[in-house]
Design a protein around this ligand. Structure first.
Ligand code: PLP
Length: 278
């Protein structure tokens, strides 16, 4: 345990609806006893129905936000979320090296559940080249993993041990040091397994009962920032992943209950998670 409040820098998009991006990270980090610093990569317009539009921050604006914080404070961990375009990826890659940051969790949101792009397709290569080798852990879900590795597979695939090992090798070849494969999209109904892959260790699987909810808006953001916060508190990676998953299980069982102004079909409405403190 450290003698100061652990600081987590979230570099992510802003969600005015409060369920994803910077806003999810703030709630997740504060619920776990960290202090969240936030640098905004994009403004979005969105609500319970989905993302309407995205306005990326300029590269200069993002760089200024980062320098202002990093010249002032010691940062214990970093969570990287939506990056919007190649220019912003370059800014983040430079900053990670310049300030020798560690405990870096890279989430890889490319497209919102409502179908809106969160990263330009042409920037994927740059993301892999510039950020994969610099981060502590990458947290793709199954569709993101297929996209990153150009896998021609069903997005709800259930990997065998051999397939999982091959997925790990493909990421390690790209310079990744660790990956958490999030299994929430897999066909299995009763349980969800997330798998931590590291080059020198056996794969570690974390399984929990599946929670049947449509209120999953921002779960990737909340999970990655929870891992970052637990790393900032000094937990080793396997323990941080295990505890973040347990925390997510609890958060997913409680969504906010917001009153809508107009009738919206229940099926399209996705409420933010309730980030209860432990
Ligand atoms: N908005 C922002 C700023 C995000 O970072 C994300 C996901 O990372 C989303 C929206 C999409 O959230 P979801 O697809 O869970 O609704």
């Amino acid at each position: 345990m450290t003698d100061h409040t652990p600081t987590v820098l979230s570099i992510a998009g802003a969600d005015p609806y409060g369920g994803a991006g910077i806003q999810a990270d703030l709630k997740s980090i504060h619920a776990l006893g960290g202090y969240a610093l936030t640098c905004v990569t994009a403004l979005t317009a969105q609500n319970s129905q989905g993302v309407r539009c995205v306005y990326p921050t300029s590269a200069d604006c993002l760089a200024q936000q980062l320098h202002a914080l990093l010249t002032d404070l010691k940062v214990d961990a970093v969570k990287i979320g939506m990056l919007a375009n190649a220019e912003l990826i370059e800014v983040v890659a430079e900053i990670l090296s310049q300030y020798s940051l560690n405990n870096i969790v890279l989430d890889t949101p490319f497209i919102s559940s409502s179908g809106h792009p969160l990263l330009e397709a042409s920037a994927i290569q740059i993301l892999k080249q510039r950020l994969f080798p610099k981060v502590t852990v990458i947290t793709p879900n199954l569709p993101e993993l297929n996209y990153l590795l150009n896998r021609n597979s069903d997005n709800a695939f259930q990997a065998t041990d051999a397939e999982m090992a091959a997925i790990g090798q493909a990421f390690f070849k790209l310079g990744a040091k660790a990956i958490v494969v999030k299994g929430g999209h897999a066909h299995s109904t009763a349980q969800v397994t997330d798998t931590l892959l590291q080059p020198e260790s056996e794969a570690v699987s974390f399984t929990s009962p599946r929670i049947h909810t449509q209120h999953t808006h921002g779960t990737g953001c909340s999970f990655s920032s929870a891992i970052a916060c637990l790393l900032a508190k000094g937990q080793p990676l396997p323990q941080a992943v295990k505890n973040a998953k347990q925390q997510m299980h609890q958060w997913l069982t409680h969504s906010e209950s917001l009153q809508l102004r107009y009738h919206q079909p229940q099926s399209t409405r996705r409420e933010p998670l309730k980030h209860l403190s432990t």
